[in-house]
Design a protein around this ligand. Structure first.
Ligand SMILES: *Cc1c(COP(=O)(O)O)cnc(C)c1O
Length: 392
């Protein structure tokens, strides 16, 4: 096992080592996290709508726990498929206005399960270079060929579609909003290319579900392309503040996944309390519009104050706001300095992002107030100037 020590040392030298740090939360304060004895403004959570501390979700989960017990005891195909699943899947189909829906244990398992069920050896997956790791891993699991296209580059995708036109099945997969950059996929163009080359299209709404669309359905609905997307996937772990994932599509797709998606078949079903909690969260995502509105206000304020301070925050209107630093060590120093200022903002380094693009990834929540965000941007500016990331 000596090789491990050596490799870990090399990673430490390159400022690429990671370690787990304990955090805790404050009841009813989803905008903060506690490290040691200190409460930090949490600009590194995906709890975009601030639902993780919602009293009615917690109450529903508590009731379900008392009635249904702690664990589900078996896979959904055995005896783990509690009534709560059916209720959630029906609510999902109504919400997305689709034929059918299927709940998975989490987004990682949904992506790996769906992709490995849709394609196999001899097929090809066209995947944006910046797609989430679970999409890449799903493709590896499927044994289909991985054709990665340059980020949002439709000319490159067209070139690859044409190059692999004789492959049997073709699947185009994209994040709707990219998790480390916060920009959007060109869904209209992807739909056109899918039709032109006879490919399937799968969209991952992990960072857009709950945020876009009139009832939080996601970016596909916001852009009116939901009926052109074959596989619509999202999670309950981010905007919904709970845990789990969903896939929406046709009856046939869902029947196929129940029979072929191995992470669904060979893993124990989520505890019923979690499924009940996600069902309540789905209801709140649709009815508490003010959370989406508040989030969008917070996004506009934060993005414009950082720009005014001199940072390049890129385009877009998503709650993911990166400051690209480049150097791994500098990104860590930036993050540590922010922590000293009372802000939790994690440095994101390779391999999560491409080499040379280490960054601070801020993420916003409806729980943050204008006052907190204005104070935070002033501190971010001070740290930027101190470290020379920002020049006057
Ligand atoms: C977080 C994320 C996932 C994984 O979802 P989990 O429920 O956390 O496993 C999948 N895709 C994208 C784009 C994500 O950001």
């Amino acid at each position: 096992m000596n090789w491990m020590e050596k490799e870990l040392e090399a990673m430490a030298d390159a400022s690429l080592i990671r370690s787990l740090r304990a955090c805790s939360s404050i009841p009813k304060c989803p905008g903060y996290t506690v490290r040691g004895e200190r409460a930090l403004l949490n600009l590194s959570s995906n709890d975009y709508l601030g639902l993780s501390q919602h009293p009615s979700i917690i109450e529903v989960m508590r009731e379900a726990l008392l009635i249904e017990g702690a664990g589900s005891g078996a896979s959904r195909l055995v005896t783990g498929n509690r009534l709560a699943y059916g209720r959630l899947e029906e609510a999902l189909s109504d919400w997305q206005n689709c034929e059918a829906a299927l709940v998975f244990a989490n987004g990682y398992m949904a992506n790996s399960g769906v992709i490995s069920a849709l394609v196999r050896r001899g097929d090809v997956v066209f995947s944006d270079q910046l797609n989430h790791a679970s999409i890449v891993d799903g493709t590896i699991l499927s044994r289909a060929e991985l054709a990665r296209y340059r980020h949002n580059d439709m000319e490159h995708l067209r070139f690859l579609l044409s190059k692999y036109r004789d492959k049997r099945r073709k699947l185009i997969v994209t994040d709707a909003v990219f998790s480390m950059d916060g920009d959007q996929a060109p869904l209209h163009e992807l739909v056109l290319l899918k039709h032109e080359y006879g490919a399937m299209l799968m969209v991952d709404e992990a960072h857009s579900g709950g945020i876009y669309g009139g009832r939080g359905e996601g970016l596909c609905h916001e852009l009116g392309v939901q009926n052109e997307v074959d596989v619509h996937m999202g999670t309950f772990s981010k905007s919904f503040g709970v845990y789990g994932a969903y896939v929406c599509g046709s009856h046939t797709l869902i029947r196929w996944l129940i029979n072929k998606a191995r992470p669904l078949i060979y893993s124990t079903a989520l505890p019923p309390s979690l499924v009940a909690g996600s069902t309540k969260a789905l209801d709140l995502v649709q009815t508490e519009h003010w959370r989406r509105e508040r989030l969008h206000e917070a996004i506009m304020l934060f993005r414009s104050s950082l720009s005014a301070a001199g940072f390049d925050v890129g385009a877009g209107d998503s709650p993911i706001v990166p400051i690209i630093i480049g150097d791994n060590d500098m990104a860590l120093r930036f993050s540590n300095a922010l922590e000293d200022e009372g802000i939790a903002a994690v440095a994101i380094r390779p391999p999560t992002v491409p080499d040379g693009t280490a960054r601070i990834r801020f993420s916003l929540s409806a729980a943050h107030t204008d006052k907190e965000l204005i104070a935070a941007t002033a501190r971010i500016r001070t740290v930027g100037l101190q470290l020379g990331v920002l020049r006057l």
